[in-house]
Design a protein around this ligand. Structure first.
Ligand code: ADP
Ligand code: MG
Length: 395
């Protein structure tokens, strides 16, 4: 894969696909991790005299202009972090984008409006996507792919534009790929994987593939109740994906056959409602009351999980252990984060919410070997899939 060091960018218009898909609340950015992660590549290009045109998506506007999903607040924050003015185009690849791109001098930067305001960006129709890619590519002379969080999407800005322009991988993608290689080739063992988050169906593919690679799989979060149910326990009103029970049973069987250790919680924080102020208490994982729902792994499980991480040499973690957004249900996630740090292993945190949790709970990001900017992308890589955005950069 070519990197930006292989491109002569001085005086050139460079389209940079980044991942700026940050959480917003009432128009305010609640976690700017992805914006900060995009800064080094942009800075490097600006320092080398490039005219940088940044493009990114925000949320799922489904091809329509949705003012509440404008990237305008992101442009402002990016400007603060770069210490430079960021010219903001009010469309994606129309008159404003063209004028903005043409108005750039060497070392200046612009941001285009939300890519997904254009239906062509995500279209499954090659011609429709290609037509939009033509317009985007026409804005620039070079392309740099640096939006790791989107490389698993066959989208115009990720897959089609690099096939139209001389291209290279940005430093963020190069770093992410180097880490993922370390999780898949010559892994230092024991290799432990911690999975959580809300939906088991999102993570089945990765479990399938990891059953042949990891030594231990620790499961928490909302997905754990499908596992507990598969073991014959009642889970009350907790999240449950009935249609995945058979698959989960098969995974547990395969793990036993192949000597992979599955670690499930022994206790659960069960609440009367999905609310921070609901009545809640830790109960044994096999005795969740019928009228309660599990919103975190319990304190004994936190200790158990940390102990199963202590001697690991490699740890990959995706998905919070509980509803960490509410204080009473953040302890399990905190215990696992601390367990990763204390292990001294090569530790990788993947997933937007997991990364946000680590920051929100006050951990020092540098205490982890790597915090990935892409949840779905890193999971699909670990599933063994070919990622369109990486493939396009390699060609
Ligand atoms: P990531 O973005 O790190 O990949 P996910 O998107 O899969 O993680 O899941 C994150 C969400 O899972 C969080 O918003 C969290 O509140 C939710 N979650 C965790 N545990 C539970 C639970 N027991 N019940 C319901 N939701 C949960
Ligand atoms: Mg998420």
């Amino acid at each position: 894969m070519r990197t930006i060091d292989d491109l002569d960018v001085s005086g050139k218009r460079v389209l940079v696909r980044t991942d700026l898909n940050v959480p917003l609340q009432d128009g305010r950015i609640t976690d700017d991790g992805r914006i900060r992660a995009s800064v080094p590549t942009i800075k490097k290009l600006l320092d080398r005299g490039a005219r940088v045109i940044v493009c990114a998506h925000l949320g799922r506007p489904k091809g329509e202009v949705r003012p509440e999903l404008s990237l305008a607040p992101v442009a402002a924050r990016l400007g603060e972090l770069l210490g430079a003015d960021v010219a903001f185009a009010s469309d994606v690849a129309g008159d404003s984008a063209r004028a903005t791109a043409e108005g750039l001098a060497d070392g200046q930067v612009a941001l285009l409006e939300n890519l997904r305001f254009e239906a062509g960006e995500t279209s499954k129709d090659d011609a429709e996507r290609g037509a939009f890619a033509d317009r985007l590519a026409a804005l620039a002379e070079l392309y740099v792919g640096d939006g790791f969080g989107a490389v698993h999407r066959r989208h115009a800005s990720v897959y089609d534009v690099p096939r139209r322009l001389p291209h290279a991988a940005g430093d963020l993608i190069a770093a992410e790929v180097a880490v993922l290689r370390r999780l898949t080739e010559d892994v230092e063992r024991p290799y432990a994987v911690v999975l959580g988050g809300s939906k088991v169906s999102d993570k089945l593919g990765v479990i399938d593939n990891l059953l042949g690679k990891a030594d231990r799989i620790l499961v928490g979060g909302g997905m754990v109740f499908t596992f507990l149910k598969a073991q014959g326990h009642e889970v009350g009103k907790s999240l449950l994906e009935e249609d995945q029970l058979d698959t989960v049973r098969e995974y547990l069987r395969r793990a036993e056959d192949s000597g992979v250790e599955f670690v499930l919680p022994v206790d659960v924080v069960a609440a009367t409602a999905f609310a921070a102020d609901a009545d809640h208490e830790a109960v044994p994982a096999d005795a969740i009351p019928a009228d309660r729902l599990g919103l975190d792994i319990g304190p004994e499980s936190g200790e158990l999980f940390a102990s199963r991480l202590a001697d690991a040499r490699t740890v990959f973690w995706n998905g919070p252990m509980g509803v960490f957004e509410m204080k009473p249900y953040a302890q399990g996630t905190r215990a696992v984060a601390q367990g990763l740090i204390d292990s001294g292993a090569f530790t990788v945190v993947g997933g937007g919410d997991s990364a946000a949790a680590v920051r929100q709970l006050g951990f020092d990001e540098d205490a982890f070997s790597h915090i990935s900017t892409g949840g779905g992308a890193s999971l699909e890589y670990l599933e063994g899939k070919t990622l369109p955005g990486l493939q396009a950069l390699e060609d």
